[in-house]
Every structure is written in structure tokens, then in C-alpha cells.
Design a protein. Structure first.
Length: 260
């Protein structure tokens, strides 16, 4: 693997997955396709998760309430990412929950307005993740709890890549189809890097069992979600990619909390 090319892919992935500005040199000769860049999504997720982790660490160090600290960290994360994945989760919940059939579901997901299913999904997403982070903070040292955020970000972005690779585009003329699709090899690279990075961040402070539980929970959840999307939509969209990341992140955090 060319280190310089991989570093450029990380910068491109960070720019795509967040609002963090990246140097223009990273985009020299870039054609806008993300099929290869997807291999760097876990590493980009880790970098994106560092600021929320720092906020959580500082607040826990100041003896702030754990649930409040978790909610503030999630708020910072949503700001850093531009609520990209939350938007996908809400649209996907509205489409799958309220759609009569495939075409109706896709038309609902294209609508920028949020419905009942989307609102409930967002409320539950923030509530479940905040409760899990607070539980982790109660059972672990502040630094170990904070490092769980970038670790889970690695897992959730690799789940996104797996979902992306396993399904064809639901709309041949959609945005998801225009940016390309990862190959089997790219997907495997993303999964391996996510496991390695998550191990480095979780194992020293939380132990092996929580690490294994988080990886299994994130993986099994995205597999179930992908099966649902295949049956309802026939393929992935940009919204289902975001939803895959959100759902696997919540599952991994819950598994970490329960395994401590």
C-alpha cells in the first residue's frame, strides 16, 4: 500500500464524512469517485471522533454529570460531521417506515422534510448512544471511556463500507451510484483497519471482551439492516449508508457498556 496515496485517501474521506477542512493538495487529480477512498473511512472516522472524545474527557475530568457529558460530546460530533449520518438515519426511517412500496419509500427518502419515523429514530439514536456512553464512563476510567468514541467511529464507518459494497445502488442515477462502489478488496481493507484501530483504542483500557462484543454487535446489526434494505429498497442509497453507520455505532456502544 502506498502511504502517500493512503494519506490522501484519509484526507478525502475526512472531507466527505465531516466539515473538517482538508488541504487542497489532497484533492489534486481526484475525480470525485469514492470507491477507493472507502478503504480510509475507518481511519477518517477515528480522526473525526477525536474532538468529541476530547470534549468528553475534559468534562469527565471536571466531574461533570456523565449523561450530560455524553450528550455534549454527541452534540460536538454532530457539529463536526454536519449531522451527515443523522440525516441519513432520519430519511431512511421515514422511507422504510412510511413507504407503501419501493418507489414510494425512495420518494419519501428524497424529501428533505422529516416525518414521525425520522423524528423518533433521531431521538432514540441520541438517547441510546448517550445512555451507553454514560454507562461506559461509569464503568471505566475517563480516558478509556473517551477513547471508546473514536473506536466506535472506526467500527461504524467500516459497517458503512460493508453495507455499501454488499448492495447495488437503489437508483442508477442517484448520488450513491455517481460516486462509485467499493470493491471486495477495498471493503476487506476497511474492515481489517477498523478492527486494528478499534483494538488499539479499546483493548488497553476496556479489555478484550468489550472489544469483541463491540465488533460483533456492530457487524451483526449492519448485516440485519442490510438485509432489510435489500428487501425493501433493492439497493443502497446515500441515506442508507448514513443509517448503517448510525445503527452500528449505537449497537457497538451498547455492547461496550454491557460488557464492562
Amino acid at each position: 500500500m502506498n502511504i502517500g496515496t493512503y494519506a490522501a485517501d484519509i484526507a478525502r474521506a475526512v472531507a466527505f464524512l465531516s466539515r473538517i477542512p482538508m488541504p487542497k493538495s489532497a484533492f489534486t487529480g481526484f475525480d470525485g469517485k469514492l470507491s477507493r477512498v472507502a478503504r480510509a473511512f475507518p481511519a477518517a472516522g477515528m480522526l473525526i471522533g477525536l474532538l468529541p472524545a476530547l470534549v468528553l474527557l475534559i468534562m469527565l475530568g471536571l466531574r461533570a454529570d456523565r449523561l450530560m457529558s455524553a450528550l455534549v460530546a454527541l452534540a460536538v460530533q454532530a457539529i463536526v460531521t454536519g449531522a451527515l449520518h443523522e440525516d441519513g438515519l432520519a430519511d431512511c426511517a421515514d422511507g422504510i417506515g412510511g413507504g407503501r412500496d419501493r418507489e414510494h419509500s425512495l420518494s419519501i427518502m428524497k424529501d428533505s422534510r422529516i416525518g414521525t419515523y425520522g423524528a423518533i429514530a433521531l431521538i432514540l439514536s441520541f438517547a441510546i448512544r448517550a445512555a451507553a456512553i454514560a454507562a461506559i464512563a461509569r464503568g471505566a476510567a475517563p480516558l478509556a471511556a473517551a477513547l471508546a468514541l473514536p473506536a466506535v467511529a472506526c467500527i461504524s464507518r467500516s459497517a458503512l463500507v460493508w453495507h455499501w459494497q454488499r448492495l447495488p445502488p437503489a437508483k442508477p442515477d442517484g448520488v450513491a451510484a455517481a460516486v462509485g462502489q467499493p470493491s471486495e478488496g477495498i471493503m476487506q481493507t476497511a474492515l481489517v483497519s477498523a478492527c486494528a484501530l478499534a483494538a488499539l483504542l479499546i483493548w488497553p483500557g476496556l479489555g478484550l471482551l468489550p472489544l469483541v462484543c463491540a465488533l460483533l454487535a456492530g457487524g451483526l446489526t449492519v448485516m440485519i439492516f442490510t438485509r432489510l434494505v435489500r428487501s425493501r429498497l433493492g439497493g443502497h442509497t446515500g441515506d442508507t449508508l448514513g443509517a448503517a453507520a448510525q445503527i452500528s455505532e449505537a449497537a457497538a456502544l451498547c455492547a461496550l457498556a454491557m460488557a464492562l
